[in-house]
Design a protein around this ligand. Structure first.
Ligand SMILES: [Zn+2]
Length: 350
């Protein structure tokens, strides 16, 4: 949790849309909140009114997870808050299951096109098919190599072959490509795509200069830091550097930009939040660097970075996150990587 949250301004206070209802952010942009079956218990979705702009329906940004609770909430939205008007287009910020879980279901229901970036589309197709490299069993040797010896947890990870498909039961078979810098008129205003990296392959945030509104997705969240992990599919990756570099792409947005994050409440204070995130990662990097006076695996690093109890799901994210910090220092030449006689990779100061 963000101890410096009081530095941010929440213009809607504690107002939250009830499940199955909307809250207007500005005329033509409505906020929807869907439940999630995780410790992170909700996601924000955004409806853009296309009325009077060539269409008599809505464009939707992100869909919620493919759960019965989300489908039920959508049914009540269709029956009531959406005024009987259809979805004309479904856009996704990125491939994670809470964002695209119902993309197949919603696009099929309304014969609506699906818009996202090429890498996000490719990854959601790979994960929905549980292809080797992105499925549960592929995570096991990855975590073992990075020091996990808890056989029960490894077994649990290995058996989660259908984790992604269980939350994303279907995906669209075709898409419309969004690219960095692309401008697209949706409803009453024009949006500019800003791609970001490190959290997912090619995350799309959308910015309206006219409204000074940023649909931030998971790139900038007010209360929690965005997960940045090294995964089995890209074992030498440097996602923390990609993520921090991506934050610079928001530097030219106005100070009073209204940030609409995928988790948490709408806020102002984009640049304050980005400075907090940079300070947070700089402090973590310094802790990790200091710990590596002796050889440390990613699993060794987890309790230094996360001082609260973690469930199995959070533990796997924590190991990926610890590894992202180790890799940042390793790619910078601050740490060397050594393979122990036990086959475990450890990092140590030069
Ligand atoms: Zn995400």
């Amino acid at each position: 949790m963000n101890a410096l949250e009081s530095q941010l301004d929440y213009p809607f206070g504690d107002l939250l849309p009830p499940t199955g209802a909307t809250v207007d952010i500005v005329p033509g942009l409505a906020w929807v909140r869907m439940p999630l079956p995780f410790a992170l218990d909700h996601i924000n979705l955004w409806l853009l009114d296309e009325r009077g702009a060539g269409g008599e329906g809505w464009s939707l940004v992100d869909t919620g997870a493919g759960t019965d609770a989300t489908r039920a909430a959508w049914e009540s939205l269709f029956a009531d808050a959406l005024g009987g008007r259809p979805l004309l287009r479904v856009l996704a910020t990125h491939c994670h299951p809470d964002h695209v879980g119902l993309s197949g279901w919603l696009c099929a229901r309304f014969a609506a096109p699906f818009w996202t970036s090429a890498a996000e589309f490719a990854f959601m197709r790979m994960m929905a098919a549980a292809l080797p490299g992105v499925d549960g069993p592929s995570a096991v040797p990855h975590f073992r190599r990075h020091g996990l010896v808890d056989e029960a947890l490894l077994e649990q990870m290995g058996s989660r072959r259908n984790y992604y498909p269980s939350l994303v039961p279907s995906v669209p078979a075709a898409y419309t490509r969004l690219q960095d810098g692309q401008r697209v008129r949706i409803g009453a205003t024009e949006w500019r795509a800003i791609t970001g990296f490190g959290h997912s392959p090619e995350h799309v945030s959308l910015y309206s200069a006219e409204w000074k509104v940023l649909l931030a997705g998971d790139m900038v969240l007010p209360r929690i830091s965005t997960n940045v992990s090294v995964f089995a599919v890209e074992p030498e990756g440097d996602p923390l550097r990609l993520y921090l570099d991506s934050l610079a792409k928001f530097a030219d947005l106005p100070d009073d930009t209204l940030v609409l994050p995928a988790h948490g409440k709408p806020f102002r204070g984009l640049h304050v939040r980005i400075a907090q995130l940079r300070a947070h990662h700089a402090a973590r990097l310094e802790e990790v660097r200091a710990a590596c006076v002796v050889p440390r695996s990613a699993v060794d690093i987890v309790p230094l970075m996360f001082r609260r109890p973690l469930d199995a799901h959070q533990r796997s994210f924590a190991i990926g996150e610890a590894l992202a910090h180790l890799h940042y220092l390793w790619h910078d030449g601050n740490l060397k990587r050594v393979t122990g006689a036990d086959g475990i990779l450890r990092f140590e100061l030069f």
